[in-house]
Design a protein around this ligand. Structure first.
Ligand code: SAH
Length: 400
């Protein structure tokens, strides 16, 4: 083993989860009497060994985080380096090229692509990155060089403004790392064009994870009235309009998102079909109900209401309330398309909340389609944290 890389010894039996494929090591799993975490720099590379000193993998450490180590390589001959990152990026890219005809997708999805703490979203020649851990931050020069080699982008923007960086003791900000990043980027999804703002949009500007779920809904929207709650820049709504919906109402609390909804509707020639309504979705649904408005399809795709375990109860209540209100706005025999991106609420959990709402309103539900995150957000079977998106399409009928 490379003697320059400090070793961390695991306590007895703490290698089991790692051997199934998970890559996180919590601080209480490390034998800190023999190999103290103190003294290690956040982001520094370590070699993890089990209690019998058998090699497990190379990872990076953060002594100040609950997740003390994230493994990046299980090959003793390949410690973490720029060339390892290039290798991982090439493998990640090969997957996307197999699934996507055009270069618009999440090119790297952290742990699932063997690059914990790194997100790369691709908008053609432009890349928007998120480095969410001290280890990735320490690897920044290697990451940027590797990304440049593999993707040859015109520009790279670092959207390091996410709150998860605080858990790692990192500051937050948006930084241009290479080239010139335009105000607006354009992408295409399912034959529609979309403009997004990489500098101040949600996440990196677009939710690629729902693309396949949107595809599957479109055959059902022709001549239907659609309500798109939490529309953001119109991913669902504009695509529904382009697929022949009779009328689409996009609701969001953000004016800048709705501005882009209007722009996106216009560049797809459906500005007459798409309406934008600014407000708190919980309040707007109440007003729409009072005004006796009805829709054939209601889309509910909110931000994560359960970001941490402690939000569980409140968050579940919010999912139930918004889905219940959405159902009340449906015309007879309407469709509810309900999504959740909260990892802490599983598919069964969301379905059960929707069902409770249905029972409360005396409706019968039929689950027609279940979707998950697209293949550019692969799920690592051993890392449940990589699975987060649920999207259900339900038919809502009077009770039978
Ligand atoms: N459905 C979108 C993604 C939604 S992201 C897509 O597929 O692209 C969540 C959106 O909800 C953001 O645009 C945010 O501005 C909006 N939002 C958050 N809280 C809200 C609230 N209480 N009422 C209305 N919109 C809200």
């Amino acid at each position: 083993m490379d003697t320059e890389i400090p070793a961390l010894l695991l306590k007895k039996n703490q290698d089991k989860r790692l051997r199934t494929g998970h890559c996180w090591i919590y601080s209480n799993e490390i034998d800190t009497e023999k190999t103290p975490l103190k003294g290690l720099q956040p982001g520094e590379q370590v070699a993890v060994v089990d209690d019998r000193e058998l090699f497990i993998g190379f990872g990076y450490v953060n002594p100040h985080s609950l997740i003390a180590v994230r493994l990046m390589s299980r090959d003793q001959t390949h410690p973490i380096s720029e060339s390892l990152i290039v290798h991982r990026l090439n493998i990640a890219l090969a997957l996307r090229q197999r699934f996507y005809a055009q270069p618009y997708y999440r090119a790297v999805f952290g742990e699932s692509d063997g690059l914990p703490g790194l997100i790369v979203d691709r908008y053609g020649d432009y890349l928007v990155l998120q480095l969410s851990t001290a280890g990735m931050e320490a690897l920044r020069p290697a990451v940027l060089a590797a990304v440049d080699k593999v993707f040859k982008p015109k520009a790279i923007l670092l959207r390091n403004d996410s709150s998860v960086r605080e858990l790692e003791g990192l500051d937050r900000g948006v930084e241009l790392a290479a080239g010139q990043m335009p105000e607006r980027l354009e992408l295409s999804e399912g034959g529609c064009r979309f403009r997004i703002s990489p500098h101040d949009g949600q996440k990196t500007g677009w939710f690629f994870d729902q693309a396949a779920n949107r595809d599957r809904l479109l055959p059902l929207v022709k001549e239907r009235r659609v309500l798109d709650l939490f529309s953001y820049v119109g991913g669902w709504g504009v695509r529904c309009a382009a697929a022949g919906a009779e009328a689409v109402t996009c609701v969001d609390s953000s004016e800048s998102a709705l501005e882009l909804v209007r722009e996106n509707a216009a560049i797809n020639g459906v500005e007459k079909t798409v309406d934008s309504l600014r407000g708190d979705a919980f309040e707007v649904v109440r007003q729409l109900k009072e005004a006796n408005q009805r829709f054939d399809i209601v889309l509910v795709d909110p931000p994560a209401f359960i970001k941490r375990r402690k939000d569980q109860k409140q968050g579940e209540l919010a999912y139930r309330r918004i889905n219940q209100a959405a159902m009340q706005l449906l015309s007879r025999d309407g469709l509810l398309v309900s999504s959740s991106c909260s990892h802490h609420l599983g598919g069964d959990g969301l379905l059960s909340l929707i069902n409770q709402a249905g029972r409360h309103l005396d409706r019968s539900l039929q689950l027609l389609m279940s979707g998950s995150q697209g293949p550019d957000h692969p799920i690592h079977p051993a890392i449940p944290e990589t699975s987060y998106l649920k999207s259900f399409t339900l038919r809502v009928l009077p009770r039978f």
